[in-house]
Design a protein around this ligand. Structure first.
Ligand code: 3QA
Length: 230
């Protein structure tokens, strides 16, 4: 049977998960806390990484290499790029890219470094599970490209750069680094985000207002997925 990692970036993103799971066991490791648990008879390990790509890569690596997780689900919030994404809407990543990775001075495209990939797709089977869960619950699930960078985007200019350069529909600060780790270690992964703001000049205010409610929407969906995963 599989052991499923569920990660978030901020405490608020995993708290709704911790409230629902059973047989919680805290493990302190690498300056962070990992929560072994079960949900509907399935073994899971939950952690929040702290914000940004570096912390997220560290946590994803530990969930896989130390805890032996063989699938990884990310649950959290994101800033919307597409105007049809409203606060509270769910989006799953088809693929992810790093919008702040830039060696364009050498003629390379944005998001690319030698021996790397501009875009990394998520696991198709997990995306199918998500669509099935959405259908069962009568929920709308958007699907698209998610752009990741070590910046809280609160600017229409930056947002439109990310939109035109990467065709991205939403943005956040961890997904693509989790993708790099899971792709390299050949672990199927899935990234779900509920919109907390629109990455514009009101983003900081909206984020503070909607972090908790949107994080909950994402977390509850993820738990339904855990139940549905074979
Ligand atoms: C933002 C969180 C980080 O983990 C990425 C939320 C939602 N809206 C975003 C936006 N730009 C980039 N990312 C996002 N997550 C952390 S900064 C605020 C921290 O509060 C996704 C995301 N517009 C600290 C309180 O002092």
């Amino acid at each position: 049977m599989s052991k499923i990692a569920i990660m978030g970036a901020m405490r608020e993103e995993i708290e709704p998960l911790l409230a629902q799971v059973e047989n919680l066991n805290r493990v302190e490791y690498a300056d962070n806390t990992y929560y072994e648990a079960t949900y509907k008879g399935k073994e899971i390990v939950i952690a929040y990484s702290k914000i940004g790509k570096v912390f997220a890569s560290l946590t994803a690596t530990i969930l896989i290499e130390k805890f032996g997780c063989d699938k990884l689900l990310f649950s959290g919030v994101a800033g919307a790029i597409s105007p049809d994404l409203k606060i509270g809407d769910l989006i799953i990543a088809d693929s992810l890219c790093q919008h702040d990775l830039d060696i364009t001075a050498f003629g390379h495209p944005h998001g690319y470094v030698p021996e790397g990939k501009v875009s990394i797709p998520t696991d198709k089977a997990l995306r199918e599970v998500a669509k099935q869960v959405a259908k069962q619950n009568g929920l709308e699930l958007k699907e698209g490209i998610i752009a990741t960078g070590d910046q809280f985007v609160a600017s229409v200019d930056r947002k439109s750069f990310i939109s035109t350069t990467f065709n991205a529909h939403a943005l956040e600060m961890e997904g693509a680094s989790v993708a790099v780790v899971c792709d390299a270690l050949k672990v199927p992964f899935f990234i779900l985000r509920a919109i907390s703001d629109s990455a514009n000049d009101e983003a900081d205010m909206d984020f503070d207002t909607f972090l908790e409610s949107s994080a909950k929407i994402s977390a509850h969906f993820i738990l339904d997925m855990v139940e549905a995963i074979e």
